[in-house]
Design a protein around this ligand. Structure first.
Ligand code: PGA
Length: 253
């Protein structure tokens, strides 16, 4: 399986800054010659302007989509609209949306279904809070999130899981490579029970949460870590390129 490095810009960068980033990033990415798949999720208003500037490896994603189809939903944009704006993927269920915008389990499930139907690659985010981890058995929290979000899903060919412990997002506090591997292995086990072991072996599981050039090699080297979902370090061209280089090198070794 190829590694994936996906950048989540969150609510950062003005349009001209986004263009400056891609103008510098794309030619440098083209020179790398590796196999890692690269995605960037910019603020949604920029998608249609940015998606034509693709390179061999860079694909675009939205940071979310509507739980509904087309209709009278002011301010919402559907998975099909994301697709028709030229994006290939969508992040769903990011903890900042679950916690800060009241995104329910039901909404996450509906979004997954709309996005898969629209032909988007779904980056399904899951993660436990510090309290949940300290209460023991954080796997149970993650399994419940997966169980709910993937209810009714049978085709996993467009599915990517992103494990993002909430206590590690934007805090500078990364999960240790052992903590990440343990959870990724548990997620792989859950996927194997749900979809069968051969299918589970092919579903990428990304780590997210303060992943940066200084810790990426150790994280990406874990057997069940297939790359990263990167927030802060995706905002800087050199850092993000370095993360792609590391993912390339790890998969080549
Ligand atoms: P971070 O964010 O890398 O800034 O911790 C990761 C994410 O929220 O996707």
């Amino acid at each position: 399986m190829r590694n994936i490095v996906a950048g989540n810009w969150k609510s950062n960068k003005l349009m001209n800054e986004a263009r400056e980033f891609t103008d510098a990033f794309l030619p440098a990415l083209d020179e790398l010659n590796g196999t890692t798949e690269v995605y960037i999720a910019p603020p949604a208003p920029y998608l249609a302007a940015l998606t034509p500037s693709a390179s061999g490896r860079l694909q675009w994603a939205s940071q979310q989509c509507s739980a509904h189809g087309a209709g009278a939903y002011t301010g919402e944009f559907t998975a099909e609209m994301v697709r028709s704006a030229g994006a290939q993927g969508v992040l769903i269920g990011h903890s900042e949306r679950r916690e800060g915008f009241g995104e329910s389990e039901e909404a996450v499930r509906a979004k997954v279904q709309h996005a898969l139907k629209a032909g988007l690659r779904v980056f399904l985010c899951c993660g436990e809070s510090l309290e949940q981890r300290e209460a023991g058995q954080p796997e149970r929290v993650i399994f419940a999130q997966l169980e709910s979000a993937l209810d009714g899903v049978s085709d996993t060919s467009d599915l990517v899981i992103a494990y993002e412990p909430i206590w590690a997002i934007g805090t500078g506090r990364t999960a240790s490579s052992e903590q990440a591997q343990d959870m990724h292995q548990s997620i792989r086990g859950w996927l194997a029970e749900r979809f069968g072991a051969p299918v589970a072996a092919g579903i990428p599981i990304l780590y997210g949460g303060s992943c940066k050039p200084s810790n990426a090699e150790e994280l990406f080297s874990q057997p069940d870590v297939n790359g990263g979902l990167i927030g802060g370090a995706s905002l800087n061209v050199e850092d993000f390129l370095e993360l792609v280089r590391i993912a390339d090198a790890v998969s080549a070794s």
